[in-house]
Ligand binder design. Structure first.
Ligand SMILES: [Fe+2]
Length: 307
């Protein structure tokens, strides 16, 4: 089957038929950056993947903390899981990845979309990273292309390229659960911004349309939630059907022109994420901090009057 979305739909059907185990998902929410990290595992083999982990960073003091990531380690150990993958849906601009630290603790191969090389090229220039910063994706163990397949234990998974928020965004459809990064948010909140370097509102619309052609009962796990007016709790799980019928930005019937005009106008009102400077510098390196200088200290750079 050549169309990756059709292949993903067939895989979701196989879960419903009981041919593939239903993946178990546990979510860890970071209230500082509104990020949902997910641990997904095969209940039969207990193989697992960790998706979009967070390393806490205090901008005022420059201090990092593994407190949140430790909760993931504790969960993995308590459940007796074997981590096969550390997956990033994209190079995040609002939080630092804990993937390298989690790899040390738990193992797993680090994977991200192949277009990360474009992100590395753009931000390598912004931060004047120098020739020691490779812009070929070599900081990662696997670069995913649209339609690439992988497995978590006995569960099949497929990667979908869903650019728009950034050029490198991927969605991972694992069994019947789709981890869609920054594309759709909860139906009452809408969609991700498309104004970062390399972002594109029309491309985001087309990526979302692809996702919305998955079966209605596909379980969706989001990367962020900011609550919505009238909702007082964080939420990160919904379904394709709920998004198709009810997403305030892209429900059925909203055309590309309407969406792009709305998205562009809304993005113009948004300020940059608090942690964009440290996040991008670290995440373009696969979550590794910049190399220490001659005094042994690592530094984050701030380009003035650039972003
Ligand atoms: Fe993002």
């Amino acid at each position: 089957m050549s169309d990756p979305v059709l292949a993903a739909a067939a895989q979701i059907h196989d879960v419903e038929q009981g041919l593939i185990p239903t993946p178990v998902v546990r979510t860890f929410f970071d209230e500082q950056t509104f990020t949902a990290s997910h641990v997904v595992h095969d209940p039969v083999t207990r193989d697992a993947a960790i998706i979009d982990s967070v390393l806490e960073y205090d901008a005022a003091s420059g201090r990092t903390s593994h407190r949140g990531a430790q909760r993931i380690v504790d969960h993995v150990r308590a459940e007796g899981l074997h981590v096969q993958w550390q997956l990033e849906t994209h190079a995040h601009a609002d939080h630092l990845s804990a993937a390298p630290w989690l790899q040390q603790q738990l193992g797993g191969r680090l994977g991200i979309g192949a277009e990360i090389v474009r992100v590395q090229d753009v931000f390598g220039k912004v931060f004047n990273a120098g020739t020691d910063f490779a812009r070929d994706g070599s900081q990662f163990d696997r670069l995913f292309h649209d339609g690439d397949r992988f497995t978590i234990g006995s569960i099949q998974a497929i990667a979908l390229h869903v650019p728009g928020h950034t050029p490198a965004d991927m969605a991972f459809v694992i069994g019947d659960a789709a981890f869609i990064g920054d594309t759709l948010f909860m139906p009452d909140y809408g969609t991700a911004r498309a104004d970062f370097p390399g972002g594109d509102a029309r491309q985001l619309y087309r990526s979302i349309r692809r996702l919305l052609s998955l079966p209605d009962r596909t379980r969706l796990f989001l990367c962020h939630d900011y609550k919505a007016p009238g909702r007082d709790h964080f939420a990160w799980e919904t379904t394709i059907g709920a998004e198709r019928h009810g997403n305030i930005h892209v429900h059925e019937g909203i055309e590309e022109d309407t969406f792009a005009a709305m998205r562009t106008a809304r993005d113009a009102t948004l300020s940059l994420p608090n942690l964009i400077m440290p996040s991008v510098q670290v995440n373009m390196r696969g979550g590794r901090l910049p190399e220490p200088e001659s005094n042994g200290t690592r530094y984050i750079k701030i380009p003035i009057d650039t972003l």
